[in-house]
Design a protein around this ligand. Structure first.
Ligand SMILES: [Zn+2]
Length: 290
């Protein structure tokens, strides 16, 4: 248990005495006491050079499910993560990275609402959900964050590069944006064994896109939603979440591209089973053994 608590609570040295982290550590003890968990601390060490600021430090908001504030947007809107369960099989669900793709956020919220009612999904599992990675963009209906940066080009991947002149910015550097750092922090805390990031795209291009060792998981989704399995979205996406977590960190990563002409409820009806299959799918070794 303590290794798990340490893994979740491990602060950067300069934040060791920060009040928020102390609260997080205490809440982690309360939430996890009695659980026999042994998540491998240190199996994920994102190569992020960005310094955490005080506003990046996680704060516990509720304890059941745990709702954590993992950062804040450029306009100081809290970025929150709901965490269900405490098991070793750790899953991260992201939505609302692009503010003009609100169905991704809505479907991520539906996953959270479902898990609140169906605890059997959580046996041996931890599911963390950030439904609104880009709250300012969702509020404004813009792809970018409030600083004009495309967050799905801002992750600290080895292929990060500056945006082209006249196009949306990729940020001043890898993880230059507070929303990106919130996701980085979430991944450090949860150490997910698989990740799904829910977007939307023009019909005909909708698909189960995967990066890194994610092909088998994309196939699991495809069996349920009928969307194509695509190793590439068809254009370069340097600095996207899949480049970082999938290709660099070797965490199976899915970018679920919903057809943009479907409303949120239709998206959930079409993808709910697929998303729950994703949640239930074990890590790649388990998947391969099935
Ligand atoms: Zn998108």
């Amino acid at each position: 248990m303590l290794s798990r608590v340490r893994a979740l609570a491990a602060p950067r040295p300069h934040l060791r005495h920060h009040t928020a982290l102390m609260l997080w550590r205490l809440a982690g003890l309360v939430c996890l006491i009695g659980m026999s968990l042994s998540l491998c601390a240190g199996c994920l060490s994102p190569a992020v050079s960005t310094e955490l600021t005080a506003s990046d430090a996680p704060t516990v908001i509720t304890t059941e499910p745990r709702t954590l504030r993992v950062g804040q947007s450029a306009n100081a809107t809290p970025i929150v993560m709901d965490v269900f369960g405490t098991g070793d099989d750790t899953v991260l669900v992201l939505g609302g990275v692009h503010g003009d793709e609100p169905t991704g956020a809505a479907v991520a919220r539906q996953v959270a609402a479902y898990l609140k009612q169906h605890h059997a999904q959580l046996v041996g599992r931890t599911v963390a959900i950030i439904a609104e990675v880009n709250p300012d963009g969702l509020q404004a209906g813009t792809r970018a964050n409030a600083r004009g940066v495309d967050l799905n080009r801002n992750y600290p991947s080895s292929d990060w590069r500056r945006g082209k002149r006249g196009r949306l910015s990729h940020g001043t550097g890898p993880a230059s944006e507070p929303e990106t750092r919130a996701v980085v922090r979430a991944i450090e805390l949860i150490q997910p064994k698989r990740i799904i990031d829910i977007h939307s795209i023009k019909r005909g291009h909708h698909c189960n896109n995967y990066d890194g060792p994610g092909a088998a998981l994309a196939a699991v989704l495809a069996e349920c939603n009928g969307y194509a399995v695509e190793p590439s979205i068809g254009y370069a996406t340097p600095g996207c979440v899949g480049s970082w977590t999938g290709i660099d960190l070797r965490i199976p990563t899915i970018t679920l591209e919903l057809p943009r002409d479907l409303d949120a409820m239709a998206c959930w009806q079409e993808n709910g089973t697929a998303l729950l299959a994703f949640v239930q799918a074990g890590p790649p070794t388990t998947l391969a053994a099935k």
